[in-house]
Write a protein that binds this ligand. Sequence first.
Ligand code: COA
Length: 162
Amino acid sequence: MIDDSSQVLAIATVPVAFILPLRHAVLRPGLPAESARFGIDDLPATVHLAGMLGQQVVCCATFTPMPYAERPACQLRGMATAPEHRGRGFGASVLRAGERICLAEAATVLLWCNARIGAVPFYQGQGWQIASAVFDIAGVGPHHVMHKLVSRAVSSEMPDAR
Ligand SMILES: CC(C)(COP(=O)(O)OP(=O)(O)OC[C@H]1O[C@@H](n2cnc3c(N)ncnc32)[C@H](O)[C@@H]1OP(=O)(O)O)[C@@H](O)C(=O)NCCC(=O)NCCS
């Protein structure tokens, strides 16, 4: 029997332990489990998001304060969707949830990431822009820096200036 409730993605902030198995399987396959650990994982300001179908973590992303070009900024790391659940909008939903969380601290936030070449069209579709030449991350492959400036929505019902 199909449990309909498990077809609805729930997004939650979670301890890093919840997302490590998915991050490892998607982003560090075949490497030791520790390779999926990031130095920023346990910092108090780091936020881990899980996209969940029922109890199953199907998408994950991590956001941490990290300057970009000497500006205050927030770095996205560890963006991954389980292969069997790709193309269902889960990655985009988790990314948007992360943007909203980053905006809780400031009205405008610069987001950036080191994007794998294969994921560049995904980020572009979410409004991110390429901000560097291709560079290699050892053991992972070619990347671009990408970024996106996000702002809190401004009400369209602005007071009349007259
Ligand atoms: C990149 C990734 C996270 C996208 O997750 P996802 O859940 O499949 O993304 P979504 O379903 O929300 O995709 C949103 C849109 O982007 C498109 N898209 C997603 N991945 C894409 C890709 N690699 N190339 C082109 N388009 C892509 C989708 O088709 C969808 O388009 P639509 O809005 O027109 O329907 C996922 O493919 C993944 O885990 N890849 C392997 C790991 C990886 O590269 N992570 C990024 C590290 S920087």
